[in-house]
Design a protein around this ligand. Structure first.
Ligand SMILES: *[C@@H]1O[C@H](CO)[C@@H](O)[C@H](O)[C@H]1NC(C)=O
Ligand SMILES: *[C@@H]1O[C@H](CO)[C@@H](O)[C@H](O)[C@H]1NC(C)=O
Length: 172
């Protein structure tokens, strides 16, 4: 008798766990489908150890990820600056480092703070501000000459995903 009851309880708990996991995965994918880069969005959110329960949690994970990625790129730029001998290239790379630094230190952490306070409009403004800086770095180089074009490209995709999720939050 006792065993049966505990088996039933286990089954109920298991079902509840499965239901909540399914719901959450489904919510994540539905939200990611409303962004321009579904796969990138879905991969990043699903590989994060904490499962978000709403779009607000998703955008915080996205921005955190963006800060980590931007930090990698900044380290890469600083290594390049040490190696280059061409002064013009060095100048352009320094400009780009100066675009990444405020995004990492202030703009993106401020966006997370705004989201936590429910100020999605200001967070959206911060994301646009960071995008403008990355675009300005890209414009320093002509054509495919930029050693940063693919990294800047990923940054813009990551920021676009956050902007799209913020748009949902602003309209909801
Ligand atoms: C985002 O990063 C901050 C600072 O590193 C951390 O405190 C917070 O827990 C992270 N949030 C998520 C949802 O990963
Ligand atoms: C987000 O900010 C951009 C740039 O300031 C603006 O064009 C856009 O309308 C804003 N989006 C929303 C949903 O408010």
């Amino acid at each position: 008798m006792r065993n049966k009851a505990s088996t039933t309880l286990t089954l109920v708990l298991l079902t509840l766990t499965l239901l909540s996991t399914t719901y959450s995965d489904d919510l994540i994918d539905q939200t990611c489908k409303k962004t321009p880069y579904y796969e990138l969005c879905s991969n990043i959110i699903h590989s994060n150890p904490a499962t978000p329960s709403d779009p607000k949690g998703m955008v915080v994970i996205m921005i955190n990820y963006t800060i980590v990625n931007a930090t990698n790129t900044l380290n890469y730029i600083e290594d390049l600056i040490k190696k280059v001998t061409d002064h013009e290239l060095e100048h352009k790379l320094t400009f780009c480092a100066e675009s990444y630094i405020p995004a990492i230190k202030y703009v993106l952490p401020q966006a997370v703070g705004s989201i936590n306070r429910g100020n999605f409009g200001f967070a959206n403004y911060s994301i646009s501000y960071a995008e403008k800086d990355i675009v300005a770095c890209n414009k320093k180089f002509t054509g495919n000459q930029s050693p940063l074009s693919s990294r800047n490209g990923i940054m813009l995709q990551l920021l676009d995903i956050s902007a799209a999720i913020l748009k949902i939050l602003l309209n909801g």
